[in-house]
Design a protein around this ligand. Structure first.
Ligand code: NAD
Length: 247
């Protein structure tokens, strides 16, 4: 909320999704934000308005950004199932969609853009322990989805300062929590099919998972701290539950 008591106007792309709904809920609950969701499906969070639209449609995106002060760009083309194999969908939503968001932010004088990236942008199949954000992007990303997340993040960070928009990117690794459509349901399905009796590698693999509510909170804290003269401007941050433990 600004000094005048007015609520800050936020747009959440992908606000009907797993992470997006938590973010929208937290923004609404704080009482400090007026929240609009931009998604291809309706968000079911009371107190937020949904604009049904497609990120690939530039004029719809620009219309949605009118009067907005802060954009949280969480939408993504689904990384699993048939969608994951659809390169033009990945390009359209994750790359062209991000370009549309950036140009709409510039045109509509949005002041802050916080984009959801992924920790997988630095993962090339080798062990990563205690890496910092300066770690290079993966030369050979795991899959096409991750390649588009890399492109999208680069676009967001390069746009910092252009047209007065401050940008940053947040990189969660795995996300878990109530309503998770992906991780736990996949594990449960595998278990139901009797496929939980194998070990990947030497059994000592580690993977970072962060609670969805914490990832959502990180977005709000990033937005609050972000400005053109802040350290966040033009930067990416890994998001995790806690300090990594020594290995
Ligand atoms: P999700 O699939 O639950 O939500 C994505 C939302 O984007 C959906 O509501 C979907 O309808 C919307 N969307 C898809 N295409 C669109 C389009 N063309 N126009 C407008 N909206 C569209 O995914 P999620 O797990 O909530 O992921 C949110 C963000 O977090 C993504 O950027 C994702 O890459 C990132 N992320 C997720 C995980 C994870 O484990 N879930 C891990 C790392 C990063």
């Amino acid at each position: 909320r600004r000094a005048s008591g007015e609520k800050v106007k936020a747009l959440v792309t992908g606000g009907a999704g797993f992470l997006g709904q938590y973010l929208v809920q937290q923004l609404v609950d704080s009482g400090q934000w007026e929240v609009t969701v931009f998604d291809i499906r309706e968000a079911k969070v009371p107190g937020a308005t949904t604009i049904l639209g497609d990120l690939r449609n530039r004029s719809q995106v620009e219309e949605a950004c009118k009067g907005i002060q802060v954009v949280f760009h969480c939408a993504t083309a689904a990384p699993t199932g048939a969608g994951a194999l659809n390169k033009s969908l990945m390009d359209g939503v994750n790359i062209q969609g991000t370009k549309n968001i950036i140009s709409a932010c510039q045109a509509c004088k949005v002041t802050k853009l916080v984009a959801t990236s992924s920790a997988s942008v630095v993962f090339d199949g080798h062990t990563l322990q205690m890496v910092e954000e300066t770690h290079a992007y993966a030369q050979k990303p795991m899959d096409y989805y991750t390649q588009t997340k890399i492109e999208s993040e680069k676009l967001v960070l390069a746009a910092n300062g252009v047209g007065g928009v401050a940008t940053c990117a947040l990189r969660p690794s795995g996300i878990f929590g109530e309503g998770d459509p992906l991780f736990v349901p996949t594990v449960a399905k595998q278990a139901a099919n009797g496929k939980m009796k194998y070990v990947i590698g030497n059994g000592k693999n580690q993977m970072d998972f962060t609670y969805v509510g914490n990832v959502a909170q990180a977005h709000i804290q990033a937005a609050e701290a972000l400005s053109l003269d802040s350290v966040l401007a033009g930067s990416a941050y890994f998001i995790t539950n806690q300090e990594p433990l020594p290995f």
